[in-house]
Design a protein around this ligand. Structure first.
Ligand SMILES: C[S@@+](CC[C@H](N)C(=O)[O-])C[C@H]1O[C@@H](n2cnc3c(N)ncnc32)[C@H](O)[C@@H]1O
Length: 243
């Protein structure tokens, strides 16, 4: 395996800023509420998890970053999902934060300390081995250290029966990170989706919308979080919705 190249991060008022992508990891207004609004609510996770009938639910993400999306999804799962069921959270990350930067990033959310401490403790193992179980083994984190398209292509080749229930399309803005938001990524997402699969993303870029539709996703728009005018969410429909 090639050596891990950690993210180059600087700090602006305690908030992580990516030197590689010249973009912020979070909205400075309130990263917690943004994640809840954009990823948890738009994927309807609370509705789907209450009385969840299956043994396991799989979320797949592009860009693990600080793991805030992971922690908030895990917390909701532990709060409301049936105890017998497990959450599998897969995240592709091209430039993982160093363990030191990860610890520093979490200082801004003391209210989540019981959860972040567990992540920070297991993060070096997740980087080294690609997988850890947390929270009494009710949550499994798979960290795929590669470009998202490459990582999900490999995953679908290695585990052709794996199905993603909800996608978190994160990963810096398409304007700052155009390499990630390519048609190949959406085609790969389609390969791992079924008719129950949802997705949500903070961006409303028209190229992203068009390519998701071309890959077979039904795409809706709603108001974005805080200053962002619009965001996209939707469902896999199995056929191209391109106009
Ligand atoms: C805005 S941050 C994500 C925040 C994150 N979801 C969280 O909860 O902290 C974007 C992340 O995407 C990662 N990234 C950028 N391009 C990528 C790519 N092509 N494949 C995988 N990850 C990528 C960056 O390294 C960064 O960690």
């Amino acid at each position: 395996m090639p050596p891990v190249v950690h993210a180059a991060v600087s700090w602006q008022n305690g908030l992580a800023f990516s030197e590689q992508y010249q973009d912020v990891y979070f909205n400075s207004d309130n990263g917690l509420l943004e994640t809840d609004y954009v990823f948890l609510q738009a994927n309807r996770l609370a509705d789907r998890w209450l009385d969840y009938p299956n043994a396991s639910f799989t979320i797949a993400e592009t860009g693990f970053g600080t793991g805030l999306n992971f922690i908030l999804a895990a917390k909701l799962w532990l709060d409301i999902a049936p105890v017998k069921a497990n959450l599998h959270f897969i995240s592709a990350e091209k430039h993982p934060l160093s363990p030191a930067d990860m610890s520093k990033a979490w200082q801004q959310w003391p209210s989540l300390k019981p959860f972040s401490e567990a992540l920070i403790a297991d993060y070096p193992k997740a980087i080294a081995e690609g997988e850890v179980s947390l929270f009494d083994r009710r949550v499994r984190l798979s960290l795929l250290l590669a470009d998202a398209t490459t990582a999900y292509r490999k995953l679908s080749q290695q585990q052709p029966n794996i199905a993603v229930d909800a996608w978190f399309l994160d990963g810096f803005s398409p304007a700052k990170n155009p390499d990630m938001w390519q048609g190949n990524l959406f085609e790969q997402m389609a390969m791992l989706s079924n008719s129950q699969t949802s997705f949500a993303t903070f961006t409303s870029a028209s190229a992203v919308r068009r390519q998701l539709m071309a890959a077979g996703f039904k795409v809706s728009k709603q108001a974005g979080y805080a200053k962002k005018r619009e965001m996209l969410y939707g469902q896999y429909a199995g056929a191209s919705h391109a106009a």
